[in-house]
Design a protein around this ligand. Structure first.
Ligand code: F6R
Length: 258
């Protein structure tokens, strides 16, 4: 894992956008997109860069997860959110942004279809990830199998409380989601985990410096050969080895990139 501590959330967004831009400019690309608040600055930055010529015409994308029971037209479905926050502002080809169907009649078949679609696309080149305050990535809640595949999960009450800000009534937050599994996510070629703010500091410390354990699903990323963790000072505040990360990143040869 490479831990990059940046002064502000805007620096995290710019650095993540740089990595995505580099990926998209390298040729046909498959991006993995997270929703939630964390990547919003990155998507705004990429939308701005699109206005200045960056094209997503050679890219396709797969969402990480979706609420069960929300039709794709619901404003809080991740289909709608990603369209509103990113996809509508750039130029992905029609049909190139894929999501899970949270109202599929057969959710297990939908999960299997999604796994097959990711494989048929050649796998994900660059996966953007946020982290939950309970250490989830995607919606792999604590005790998720480190080898899990796309499937239905029940949200913890902590995650439902965290996400209540997006809904008129906290009771409206769905209980269930479809999410790529930890095994699925770990097959992406490069993982970019973003976190900002003090509320994420404990989860980041457990994910990066704690043991690999299902109790902190994000710790499974330690098993991946290419993970970049982009955090602001607040999200890095509980890391024991902050100075080491800052020193080594500061002396990293520029040609190595992220
Ligand atoms: C969203 C997702 C989740 C979020 C996480 C953090 O697609 O997969 O893991 O990244 O819940 O959410 P925010 O960014 O809203 O703090």
């Amino acid at each position: 894992m490479e831990i990059v501590i940046l002064p502000t959330p805007a620096d995290v967004a710019r650095t993540a956008a740089d990595a995505i831009e580099q990926q998209v400019r390298s040729g046909p690309s498959v991006l993995g997109l997270a929703t939630g608040s964390t990547p919003l600055g990155t998507y705004q930055e990429l939308t701005e860069r699109h206005r200045n010529g960056l094209s997503f015409a050679g890219a396709q994308a797969f969402l990480l997860d979706e609420y069960v029971g929300l039709p794709s037209a619901h404003p809080q479905s991740y289909h709608s959110v990603i369209r509103e926050e990113f996809v509508d502002g750039v130029d992905f080809p029609a049909g190139a942004v894929h999501g899970l169907d949270g109202v599929a009649e057969d959710l297990e078949a939908e999960a299997a279809r999604y796994e097959a679609a990711i494989t048929a696309a050649g796998g994900v080149d660059l996966q953007i990830l946020g982290i939950g305050t309970d250490g989830h990535v995607g919606f792999n809640e604590p005790m998720s199998s480190l080898g899990s595949r796309t499937r239905i999960k029940t949200l913890t009450q902590q995650t439902r409380r965290d996400n209540a800000r997006f809904f008129a009534d906290p009771a409206d937050v769905p209980d269930h989601v479809l999410t790529q599994g930890l095994g699925t996510i770990r097959e992406a070629r490069h993982l970019l985990l973003l976190a900002m703010g003090e509320a994420k500091a404990e989860a980041i410390a457990a994910a990066v410096e704690g043991p690999v354990a299902a109790a902190c699903p994000a710790s499974a990323l330690q098993l991946h050969p290419h993970v970049t963790v982009l955090v602001d000072e607040a999200a890095a505040s509980r890391l024991a080895h902050r100075e080491y990360y800052q020193d080594t990143f500061g002396r990293k040869p520029a040609w190595q990139g992220l």
